[in-house]
Write a protein that binds this ligand. Structure first.
Ligand SMILES: Cc1cc2nc3c(=O)[nH]c(=O)nc-3n(C[C@H](O)[C@H](O)[C@H](O)COP(=O)(O)OP(=O)(O)OC[C@H]3O[C@@H](n4cnc5c(N)ncnc54)[C@H](O)[C@@H]3O)c2cc1C
Ligand code: FES
Length: 279
């Protein structure tokens, strides 16, 4: 059995600067060994520990979809020691990945349902993985309608712009992109995510919403979904806690009786209600 603390060797194959402030980049990582690539089976919503030699590790959500073969993608905001070292890397650099870790978005639960994806800022990463998974030709027929509402503070802070454009042209996903403050070039919607959710007003019958974003966005978005008739079982989110081991051993990330790294990071609001209010 492989030692879960030993990172898998990968190489930075591509770096994409996502935002005009240049502090959010997507890293495409290619496996050094074919066997590691075959063994790394994951689902949307899972995360991995990215390991920069001599600096340390950081938990980061997997932004690629398992339907994309041959590489993993992670979108990382520059925050401190490890993420700054990542941002200074060049294509061709070797680093490590530990994972996949945690649970995933509940794909089986979503089957046959209408899905409403709500994202804010760069917390859109594992939602992007989910959308690409749902839209894949092998999977699309298993799910009902897909509605996506995604917002950022400014047009320059929207991530995955090419993909947003491509999704906008499809007729099997209803996408609304919004910014808090537009500029002279912005032709899309302006308004906070909760306001736009109210405007779009997705129906709650046979529907599940999957929400990820800054805490303030989530705080104001939840009442909108309650008013629309979504129950706490049908509102799913992902928690970001401080983590160390990522495998339920060190006790750094517990919320009540649960380890966010192992039992989460994905929980329904109904599940979170049963835990203590530490999150
Ligand atoms: C499950 C999970 C998924 C995540 N996914 C992403 C992602 O897709 N993209 C991304 O950019 N970030 C993501 N994060 C947050 C990311 O792990 C932290 O920003 C990163 O570990 C900071 O490491 P550092 O060494 O650069 O910063 P440090 O030098 O350790 O700290 C710098 C600053 O960041 C704060 N910080 C450190 N860790 C966290 C944390 N876990 N949550 C909030 N603040 C923190 C510190 O308080 C400090 O202010 C995720 C976190 C978790 C737990
Ligand atoms: S990070 Fe160690 S138990 Fe969760």
């Amino acid at each position: 059995m492989q030692n879960p603390y030993v990172p898998i060797p990968v190489e930075v194959a591509k770096i994409i600067t996502e935002v005009d402030t240049k502090d959010i980049k997507t890293f495409r990582l290619a496996f050094v060994n074919k066997k590691d690539e075959e063994n790394f089976t994951y689902m949307p919503g899972q995360f991995a520990e990215l390991s920069v030699f001599g600096k340390g590790e950081s938990p980061i959500g997997i932004a690629s979809s398992p339907t994309q073969k041959g590489y993993l993608e992670f979108t990382v905001q520059k925050a401190g020691v490890v993420t700054t070292a990542l941002h200074e890397m060049e294509e061709g650099t070797r680093m490590g990945v530990r994972g996949p870790l945690g649970n995933s978005w509940p794909i089986e639960f979503l089957e046959g349902k209408n899905i409403v994806v709500v994202g804010g800022g760069f917390a859109f990463t594992t939602l992007r993985s989910l959308i690409n998974y749902l839209l894949h030709a092998d999977n699309r027929a298993r799910f009902g309608t897909i509605t996506c509402i995604y917002g950022a503070r400014t047009p320059g802070l929207l991530i995955y712009k090419d993909e947003l454009e491509a999704w906008g042209k499809r007729d099997d996903i209803d996408l609304t992109v919004t910014v808090d403050n537009g500029d002279t070039t912005w032709k899309g919607k302006e308004g906070f995510v909760p306001t736009i959710c109210k405007e779009v007003a997705p129906r709650s019958e046979n529907a599940v919403t999957v929400i990820c974003g800054p805490p303030i966005m989530i705080r104001f978005t939840l009442p909108v979904f309650f008013d629309l008739g979504f129950s706490k079982d049908n509102i799913i989110t992902s928690l970001e806690m401080r983590m160390k081991c990522g495998i339920g051993k060190c006790g750094r990330c517990n919320v009540g009786s649960k380890y966010v790294c192992k039992d989460g990071p994905v929980f329904s609001l109904a599940e979170l209600d049963k835990l203590t209010k530490e999150y």
